[in-house]
Write a protein that binds this ligand. Structure first.
Ligand code: CP
Length: 297
C-alpha cells in the first residue's frame, strides 16, 4: 500500500466496482485472461484469500494452479527461491504468494519475471485485504476521505492493520488504533494513527470499526490474562458500540474468534458488512489480476 498513489488506488477500486457485476450473472465468466496462467502458492492456511483469488482468476478465464507448502517439495527442503525459480521456468503470468515471512513476496518479485501478488506476508502486509476493505467502505459510505476509522485489537501481529492504516490514511480517513498496551507496537503512531487503550474512546463517533483477530499462533508470550478478560475489556459488543455513529460499519477480515474480539450479536448484526467484505474480495482480486495481466504491464 505504501507504493500505490491515491490515483492508482482509485483505479483499482473503480475497476473492482465495474467487475463486481460479473459475479451476479448466470454464467459468471468472461474471456479477458484466456491463455494466462496464475499460480496460487499458499505457504500459510487461508480460506478467504485463497478461494477468492482462485475464483477471481477463473471468472476471468485464466488457467490456475494451486500449491501449498505441505504438498510442494518444500517439505523435502527446497527453498522458497528455488521453488519460485522452478515455477518461473513453467512461465506463469502471475504468482499469488502467501508466506509467513515478511518480505517474501518482495524478494520473489526481484527474482522472477512473473507478476508477484502479495496475499499476506508474515506480520507485514495484506494489501488486497486493505483494498477490499476500502472497496466495501466506499461502496457503503460513498467516500473514504474524512471518515473516522477505528482499528481495534491485536495490532502488533496484524498485517491487515498495517496495510489498512497506510491505505485509509492515504485516502484521507482519520484512523484511530485501540487495543491492550501489549498488542500495540511501539512507534506505530508514526503511521499518523493515534493510539488509545480504551475501547469506548476508539468507538466514539466512529464511521467504521475494523475488528482484528487475536493471532494466538503468532504470539510469543501471554499478552492478556484470559479470553474472558479480553472480551470484557476489548471485545466489541452491542453495549460497547453505543457511542459509534448510527450508520457505523463493522468490518472483520476473518477468521473471527466469536465471543472474544467480537460478540456474535455484532458480527451478525445490522451494522456488520463482514460477508460483504468477502464478496468484494472476489471483485477486488479480479481487478488486480485484470490490471496486472489484462493489458500492458
Ligand atoms: N482475511 C484473510 O486473509 O482470511 P484468510 O486467512 O482466510 O485468507
Amino acid at each position: 500500500m505504501e507504493s500505490l498513489s491515491v490515483e492508482e488506488i482509485e483505479l483499482i477500486l473503480d475497476t473492482a466496482d465495474s467487475l463486481k457485476e460479473i459475479s451476479t450473472r448466470p454464467i459468471k465468466k468472461v474471456p479477458t485472461l484466456r491463455g494466462k496462467t496464475v499460480v496460487h502458492f499458499f505457504y500459510e492456511p487461508s480460506t478467504r484469500t485463497r478461494t477468492s483469488f482462485e475464483i477471481a482468476a477463473k471468472r476471468l478465464s485464466a488457467d490456475t494452479v494451486s500449491l501449498s507448502a505441505s504438498t510442494s517439495s518444500m517439505v523435502k527442503g527446497e527453498t522458497l527461491i528455488d521453488t519460485a525459480k522452478n515455477l518461473e521456468a513453467m512461465n506463469p503470468d502471475a504468482i499469488v504468494l502467501r508466506h509467513n515471512s515478511a518480505g517474501a513476496p518482495h524478494m520473489l518479485a526481484q527474482l522472477v519475471d512473473a507478476s508477484i501478488i502479495n496475499a499476506g506476508d508474515g506480520m507485514h502486509a495484506h494489501p488486497t485485504q486493505a483494498l477490499l476493505d476500502m472497496m466495501t467502505v466506499r461502496e457503503k459510505k460513498g467516500r473514504l476521505s474524512g471518515l473516522r476509522v477505528a482499528i481495534m485489537g491485536d495490532i502488533a501481529h496484524s498485517r491487515v492493520a498495517r496495510s489498512d492504516i497506510v491505505a485509509f490514511v492515504k485516502m484521507g480517513a482519520r484512523v484511530i488504533l485501540a487495543g491492550p498496551p501489549t498488542m500495540i507496537p511501539k512507534g506505530i503512531e508514526t503511521l499518523e494513527a493515534p493510539v488509545t487503550y480504551h475501547t469506548r474512546e476508539a468507538v466514539k463517533d466512529a464511521d467504521v470499526i475494523i475488528v482484528l483477530r487475536i493471532q494466538k499462533e503468532r504470539q510469543q508470550a501471554f499478552l492478556f490474562p484470559s479470553e474472558r478478560e479480553y472480551a470484557q475489556c476489548y471485545g466489541l459488543t452491542a453495549e460497547s458500540l453505543a457511542g459509534a455513529r448510527d450508520d457505523v460499519l463493522i468490518l472483520h477480515p476473518g477468521p473471527m474468534n466469536r465471543g472474544v474480539e467480537i460478540a456474535p450479536e455484532v458480527a451478525d448484526g445490522p451494522y456488520s458488512v463482514i460477508l460483504e467484505q468477502v464478496a468484494n474480495g472476489v471483485a477486488l482480486r479480479m481487478a488486480i489480476l485484470y490490471l496486472l495481466l489484462g493489458g500492458a504491464r
